[in-house]
Unconditional design. Structure first.
Length: 190
């Protein structure tokens, strides 16, 4: 399969996956970026996340034929063949290896789950219009991750007035690992 532009992704299209980790295919059943489950309201699109800097620049680099060209064109300066925490939006390491995910039973999430790279791969495929057996599980995990936002907000409330972050730079420096993780789960991170 050759790379395509965003407008190509529509219901009925068959996506053929052939990358370093898997070969499979799936059919899109919903319009690109639309018709999400009512419980699922991600803050950032995959394209925005990649452009901002996620997963140390290493995620989905071999999937350029599966996802829209624009996702990769607009994130060129945030991609790398080797993991580099400096490429993350918050400049910190904030991910666990696929080995850790597998060992903990976080992937695959159910029978028929082809998202062997985890939640973000699921989100990318969901965003372009695929729906499948793991959707409700992944949406539930996404909803649960919001607790990190509450932890950040609670920690700021506990700070004395003169120590509370007042600028974007100060916010970025307050719990940057948690903020990076929120971004990587498409929750508001600032």
């Amino acid at each position: 399969m050759n790379p395509h532009h965003e407008e190509w992704y529509c219901p009925g299209k068959v996506i053929i996956v052939k990358d370093k980790m898997q070969e499979c295919q799936y059919k899109l059943s919903e319009p690109y970026g639309k018709n999400f489950d009512n419980e699922f309201k991600p803050y950032y699109s995959p394209k925005q996340m990649l452009k901002m800097g996620v997963f140390e620049g290493k995620y989905l680099n071999d999937c350029v034929n599966e996802f829209p060209i624009e996702w990769y064109d607009e994130s060129k300066d945030k991609r790398s063949l080797v993991a580099d925490p400096k490429l993350n939006y918050f400049g910190v390491k904030s991910r666990q290896s696929l080995t850790t995910w597998k060992k903990n039973g976080w992937i695959p999430v159910c029978k028929g789950d082809y998202d062997i790279r985890g939640w973000f791969q699921w989100y990318c495929r969901y965003y372009i219009g695929r729906r499948g057996p793991s959707d409700q599980i992944q949406i539930k995990r996404w909803k649960a991750f919001k607790r990190h936002r509450g932890q950040i907000d609670a920690s700021i409330k506990k700070l004395p007035i003169n120590k509370k972050p007042k600028t974007i730079k100060e916010l970025k420096n307050h719990r940057p690992k948690q903020r990076q993780a929120l971004l990587q789960w498409s929750h508001f991170c600032l």
